[in-house]
Design a binder for this molecule. Structure first.
Ligand code: AMP
Length: 221
């Protein structure tokens, strides 16, 4: 099974992916998490992508594809995968189609999350991430706060605010999304696997409802 999480930054792709991963028993792979891990470990790859990540720009396609192709060749994704943050451009989407076609696999669903813009910015500022790169849990100080302030419920590591959660970078990331990633909605619409749904606190529709609907739809596919 292959599921793609699509949506602007901070729509909740990672949190929904986590719920789906537990229910479907397949790993969720976040390109952003892989990139941040490389940066914090100071790898050659991490050094190459830092300037893009710091500005909220997209990492060039060739670098993204090099890293993702190698991750998708690992054993744990044989039975399925949830892709969170990849693809983010048309060339990446086409490269993924080719990769899957070679293995006789197909995309089962593209979950396109929609959230009002002002809610997205508010969410970004309140977002906290676990500093343990093997845990990567995501919290929100208002919607989903940790039980102990500043500490991850799951692994006890300190939480931190990502550099790209700063207002100027967050705004740029939204512009980059509109320009580079939003066209993927039409791309996947044509393939018939797109499921667009709202994830919004104001609409009282959060990750549990959204995940339940996705799982239901997958069952009926
Ligand atoms: P995320 O954790 O998904 O919000 O991604 C954080 C940052 O990583 C993005 O702002 C980009 O700089 C970079 N990034 C993650 N995934 C991709 C991708 N598929 N293509 C290009 N850049 C990416």
């Amino acid at each position: 099974m292959v599921i793609i999480m699509l949506g602007a930054p901070a729509t909740g792709k990672g949190t929904v992916a986590e719920v789906l991963s537990q229910n479907l028993n397949i790993p969720s792979i976040s390109s952003g998490d892989i990139f941040r891990k490389n940066m914090s470990e100071g790898t050659e790859f991490g050094k190459k992508i830092k300037e893009y990540m710091d500005k909220g720009e997209l990492v060039p396609d060739d670098l993204v594809l090099e890293m993702i192709t190698s991750r998708l060749n690992e054993d744990d994704v044989k039975n399925g995968v949830i892709l969170d943050g990849f693809p983010r451009t048309l060339p990446q989407a086409k490269a993924l189609d080719e990769m899957l076609a070679k293995e006789n696999k197909k995309i089962d669903m593209v979950v396109n999350l929609e959230t009002p813009r002002d809610e997205l910015l508010e969410r970004t500022i309140n977002r906290r991430n676990c500093s343990n790169k093997n845990c990567n849990s995501i919290y929100n100080l208002v919607l989903h706060p940790p039980k102990v302030e500043g500490i991850c419920d799951k692994c006890g590591s300190p939480l931190y605010q990502r550099d790209d959660a700063k207002p100027e970078v967050a705004k740029n990331r939204l512009e980059v999304y509109d320009r580079e990633t939003a066209p993927l909605v039409q791309y996947y619409e044509k393939t018939g696997v797109l499921y667009t749904t709202v994830l919004s606190q104001r609409a009282n529709r959060m990750k549990d409802e959204v995940s339940k609907d996705v799982l239901e739809k997958l069952k009926n596919n």
